[in-house]
Ligand binder design. Structure first.
Ligand SMILES: [Zn+2]
Ligand SMILES: [Zn+2]
Length: 138
């Protein structure tokens, strides 16, 4: 495994966050100043093709960025706040049940299960209510 692959895999694996290609490029460069953007983007593509990382769009809540996370992690659903971009990960039995049901219903052998849900986090619900009250008062 080449050095840039190892750097990127480690960053994706250890961040615990959902980083986009530009974030990863900046972090990788801090470790190896010789890395350039093209190499980083190309390496991400390869890691994805090899099934080591997943590419997510997370409902495109910040525009058209894509985010990367390791495949080593247990399957989970992403819950995205459409206002502040907060991301929660839902690890739960229902996801495994859904996988089993889909396989049974359609006779598919699933290799990837991805679920994304969008809405407003508790804090943004409060802010939205406040905004609506203010708008109504005007
Ligand atoms: Zn929010
Ligand atoms: Zn995730």
């Amino acid at each position: 495994m080449t050095r840039q692959r190892q750097i990127l895999l480690d960053l994706i694996d250890k961040s615990g966050k959902h980083l986009d290609a530009e974030n990863l490029y900046q972090l990788a460069r801090a470790q190896d100043s010789k890395l350039n953007r093209v190499t980083v983007y190309r390496t991400l593509k390869l890691l994805k093709l090899e099934g080591l990382v997943d590419e997510l769009d997370l409902l495109h809540h910040e525009g058209d960025q894509h985010y990367y996370e390791t495949r080593m992690k247990r399957e989970h659903a992403h819950v995205v706040c459409l206002r502040c971009g907060k991301i929660e990960e839902f690890f739960g039995e229902p996801l495994a049940e859904m996988r089993a049901q889909v396989q049974k219903t359609f006779g598919f052998e699933l290799v990837v299960v991805r679920a994304e849900m969008g809405g407003y986090c508790p804090n943004c619900q409060m802010l939205r209510e406040q905004e609506m009250r203010e708008a109504a008062a005007q």
